[in-house]
Design a protein around this ligand. Structure first.
Ligand code: NAP
Length: 193
């Protein structure tokens, strides 16, 4: 089993890229990227400029239909949509059994979950933001999670997610928000959900 930092950010935004070396130094250890985000070169430079040893970082990239490779390593990592409104639990369980790291994308439902009353109510109890509560919910469910923001201060906020464990009751309450609402419709779905 590989060890993956449990939360991270994805990037495509110039403002975040400018301060990325700073974020790397203080909080960020996991970046999700793709050729189509158009930032691979800037990301490479930010990694070098940060001075953080490369072995301390976890970077993921993607294969797309039509990519031509001579070798693809065995599947140890799977990126699928997961947030309180969309929980592919059967697939999460399969990955757990097969020692495949499950990474949930769109963990904030593209921001939509942040205005749900059940999430908003929990902010007072835990003294953390809606976004931080959703990220913790993913992490406590054993899912690696990759929230994105175009705002550096939110990237930083989204990394501050330790030290406030959600109770089992609150985890269940958030899990109860599942409505099968999918935000990303792939033309090549990798599973039936
Ligand atoms: N493999 C795939 O097919 C696939 C598909 C989709 C996504 N992904 C990955 O998943 C990443 C995240 O997905 P996503 O960007 O679609 O959705 P997301 O992370 O669920 O939500 C991003 C939205 O939440 C807002 N937000 C973030 N942090 C916030 C905070 N602390 N407070 C308030 N609002 C906040 C952002 O607004 P602001 O920018 O205004 O802060 C943005 O509108 C992507 O960047 C990508 O790496 C992968």
């Amino acid at each position: 089993m590989v060890t993956v930092p449990s939360s991270c950010t994805a990037l495509s935004c110039p403002t975040v890229l400018i301060i990325l070396p700073w974020l790397f130094l203080f909080v960020l250890r996991h970046i999700d990227t793709a050729k189509c985000y158009g930032c691979e070169e800037a990301l490479g430079k930010a990694v070098v400029d940060s001075g953080v040893p490369r072995e301390e970082l976890w970077l993921t990239n993607k294969l797309w239909p039509g990519d031509y490779l001579n070798l693809a390593l065995r599947l140890i990592y799977l990126e699928v949509e997961l947030h309180p409104f969309q929980q592919p639990l059967e697939l999460v369980e399969y990955c757990r059994k097969e020692n495949i790291v499950f990474e949930g994308y769109c963990p904030l439902a593209k921001g939509q979950v942040l205005t749900h009353p059940s999430i908003m109510e929990l902010t007072e109890k835990y003294s953390h933001s809606e976004s931080q509560i959703c990220i913790r919910w993913s992490i406590q469910n054993g899912v690696v999670t990759i929230p994105t923001s175009t705002k550096p201060e939110r990237v930083h906020e989204n990394c501050q997610v330790s030290g406030f464990p959600l109770t089992a009751e609150d985890l269940d309450r958030i899990s109860g928000l599942h409505t099968s609402q999918k935000l990303i419709h792939l033309t090549y779905p990798i599973w039936k959900g």
